[in-house]
Design a protein around this ligand. Structure first.
Ligand code: DCP
Ligand code: CA
Ligand code: CA
Length: 365
């Protein structure tokens, strides 16, 4: 069975959130700026919507230049914490579609608006099912967050990542193992994910223009120019080969416990004792490493083996069992009010881990 990996990237993310918050912006060019505060419009463009892009406005350019390109555009200051809270909720939705991996190795967030999902088990290696799953994910994000995204699906991370930018915005692109060469080979080498400007230029000087050229190039020459590991990577990547696994982003280590209920149920009174036990185990582990946490995730697997996760980010680091249990019960309550199918397993997980500083915070009580 082939692996099936899904990559998702939100469309014009910061600007899309601003549009959603203020419907009057619809139909206008919207530019989100990182203002330095020195003078009006000194700073650079964080991102802009697709209307603004028609005027040539791009991420990273000075805001003053963007203003010249389109004086009618609406310029807004960046609101990073707000976009992060939207991102956290989207990541929570995405996590619930990934395979129920044992240690979170089926989900990898790679930036504020991008993530990989391993969906091999969920789809049984079937790329048609994967397409349907992609459409379902888009539907849920559209419904819950009123935002669009682009999705790429492939036999590995490399192909999934490159496929998600093939149809932007609002597209789903599936590249099955049979479509691999057709998809990859006509592209310019600079489009290969992981190749920077310097490598692309060097390759061009060697007469390597397309990814097909690279795939057919002598590996010995690639190794002598780029070194062994980089040279073999280039050769493999050009053939669409990538066997890297998904991993939780550095600094996002999580500690969690999951267990099966005595019977499938929707009854809080039967679920609470197990949550209590799991929360106790998690806290014990945190205590032994003197860690505090800020993110709480509840996992629920229902009798049909569908997995759901819901996360909450707290305003402070906390470390007590009482705090963990309080938040977990609250999330469970919300979950039970929205779901009808009985639960089979529940899990408690914490993230945003930090070394404890001195005493417990007031928030713990
Ligand atoms: N970002 C930024 N500065 C940059 C690039 C990006 O602040 N130079 C921020 C704003 C973007 C977000 O990161 O909204 C995600 O970056 P992307 O590269 O994914 O760009 P967008 O989501 O804005 O647009 P696209 O629809 O092309 O993905
Ligand atoms: Ca994006
Ligand atoms: Ca992105």
């Amino acid at each position: 069975m082939h692996r099936v990996i899904l990559h998702i990237d939100m469309d014009y993310f910061f600007a899309a959130v601003e549009e959603r918050e203020n419907p009057e912006l619809r139909g206008k060019a919207v530019v989100v700026c990182m203002l330095s505060g020195r003078s009006e419009l000194s700073g650079s463009v964080s991102t802009c919507n697709y209307i603004a892009r028609e005027f040539g406005i791009r991420s990273g350019m000075p805001c003053s230049r963007a203003k010249k390109l389109n004086p009618e555009a609406v310029f807004l200051p960046v609101r990073k914490p707000f976009y992060t809270s939207v991102s956290d909720r989207i990541m929570g939705i995405l996590r619930s579609y990934a395979d129920p991996g044992e240690n979170g190795d089926s989900f990898e967030q790679i930036s504020v608006d991008e993530a990989f999902l391993e969906i091999t088990d969920r789809t049984g290696g079937d790329f048609n099912l994967a397409f349907e799953l992609g459409m379902k994910i888009k539907g849920e994000i559209k419904e819950k967050e009123k935002l669009t995204c682009s999705i790429g699906i492939g036999p590995n991370k490399l192909i999934a990542k490159m496929a998600s930018s093939a149809k932007k915005p609002d597209g789903v692109t599936v590249v099955s193992p049979q479509d691999l060469d057709n998809f990859l080979w006509p592209l310019n080498v600079s489009k290969l994910w992981g190749i920077g400007d310097v490598t692309a230029r060097k390759l061009q000087e060697m007469g390597v223009i397309t990814i097909k050229d690279l795939a057919n190039h002598d590996v010995i020459e690639l190794i002598s120019t780029f070194g062994r590991s980089r040279g073999t990577w280039l050769k493999h990547a050009a053939a669409g080969i990538d066997d890297t696994l998904l991993k939780e982003r550095d600094g996002s280590e999580q500690i969690g416990r999951i267990a099966t209920l005595p019977e499938d149920t929707l009854d809080k009174e039967l679920i609470f004792p197990l949550l209590d036990k799991l929360a106790g185990d998690v806290i014990e582990k945190l205590d032994s490493r003197e860690l505090s946490f800020r993110v709480v995730t509840l996992t629920a697997i229902n009798s049909n083996f569908k997995m759901y996760t819901k996360s909450r980010t707290l305003s402070h680091q906390v470390s007590s069992k009482g705090a963990l249990l309080g938040v977990t019960r609250e999330i469970l309550g919300e979950f039970l009010s929205e779901n009808r199918t009985k639960l089979r397993r529940v899990g408690v997980r914490v993230g945003g881990l930090q070394k404890r500083k001195g005493q417990k915070s007031l928030f713990d009580y």
